[in-house]
Design a protein around this ligand. Structure first.
Ligand SMILES: O=C(O)CCC(=O)C(=O)O
Ligand SMILES: [Fe+2]
Length: 336
């Protein structure tokens, strides 16, 4: 079980398999002081909300929502049980360790696949929705975890439907456009734990990637670490109390025919504190057919992607470690 990073003690040095070779280290860990839009879902008119969500998608590919309808008790309980899980004695956590990618609950370090240099994070990956399909697999310990995850899963499903409805409206599509296959994959959460790192210049929590699906809903605690790439500049997504971060995934860029941007992001480590985040992915069904919405072809005069099954894209995504350009390359309509 040396395979898990967090063993319950603080590292004095970075273990060798987490150290990036000099040429691959990040030259710049500090972010610019630009900020990410915070959209109040209760305090303004419907049209203002739709417009802000669309603008955030066109420019940055990310925003945060507040007053979004999820109770702060549901979010704080989810955070609390997640922290409790990572504070369990090592042996109790370790029973969930698995290299079987198809297990509905598994603990792993880094990306969980065979990477040469590991990223500085452990992850408890859980399928969380539909609740009745997966609850039986969730950890029994800590004892309140199942109830917390169940409440969180229901709240988050509702929020994702709301957000996707608003995005669809903004794009001029039917409110239910993203229902069905386009958001039909069971919801998966990554409960990420980034222990304090003795030398952040040698490591990364996660390298630059774009999430593959439609949107990702992220609950982060009060420690910064997430950064997005915009016009060659890293911008920090600083925690806002009770907010949920919404980032647009690559399928949203494709379905919107390039109008909305799937955001590239990374996670950096820090010396003093551990960081926790819970990322939940809204993705198309693996057999779902993806194509730019017909109503949006006019934007670029033609669709810029050919139709494909999500499973075909996903295979490329895994093989190319989350690189947007390489993952989508076979599906681009090439101009003559
Ligand atoms: O830790 C975070 O803030 C986000 C994690 C993330 O990007 C991911 O799990 O895809
Ligand atoms: Fe991500």
């Amino acid at each position: 079980m040396e395979k898990v990073l967090h063993k319950g003690f603080r590292y004095d040095t970075v273990p060798e398999n987490y150290v990036f070779p000099p040429g691959e280290r990040q030259k710049k860990l500090k972010a610019s002081n630009k900020s990410i839009p915070v959209i109040d879902l209760a305090g303004q008119t419907h049209d203002e909300i739709v417009n802000q969500i669309l603008e955030a998608g066109k420019h940055l590919g990310i925003f945060q929502v507040v007053n979004h309808g999820m109770g702060s008790d549901v979010m704080s309980e989810m955070m609390r049980v997640s922290k409790e899980f990572f504070n369990l004695p090592f042996d109790e956590r370790a029973i969930h360790y698995s290299e079987d990618l198809y297990k509905p609950v598994r603990l792993f370090t880094s990306t969980g696949v065979h990477d040469i240099v590991h990223f500085w994070r452990d992850c408890l990956r859980m399928s969380i929705y539909p609740v009745e399909d997966f609850k039986q697999y969730w950890p029994e310990n800590p004892s309140n975890l199942k109830d917390a995850v169940e409440n969180y899963a229901h709240g988050l499903r509702k929020l994702s439907t709301t957000v996707l409805g608003l995005v669809a409206e903004g794009l001029g599509l039917h409110r239910n456009y993203f229902d069905g296959d386009l958001s039909g994959e069971p919801m998966v959460s990554h409960i990420n734990f980034y222990p304090p790192c003795p030398d952040p210049s040698l490591t990364l929590g996660l390298a630059k990637h774009c999430d593959p699906g439609l949107i990702t809903l992220l609950l982060q605690g009060n420690v910064s670490g997430l950064q997005i790439l915009h016009n060659d500049e890293w911008i920090a997504v600083d925690p806002v109390p009770d907010a949920i971060v919404v980032n647009y995934g690559h399928q949203m860029e494709i379905v919107s025919n390039g109008m909305l941007k799937g955001v590239n992001h990374r996670e950096i480590t820090n010396v003093e504190q551990s960081r926790m985040s819970i990322a939940t992915f809204i993705q198309p069904s693996k057999e779902g057919l993806i194509a730019p919405a017909e109503a949006l072809h006019w934007e670029k005069n033609q669709p810029i992607y050919k139709p494909f099954y999500y499973r075909e894209y996903f295979g490329n995504y895994v093989a190319n470690l989350g690189d947007k350009d390489k993952s989508v390359e076979p599906f681009l309509v090439k101009c003559a």
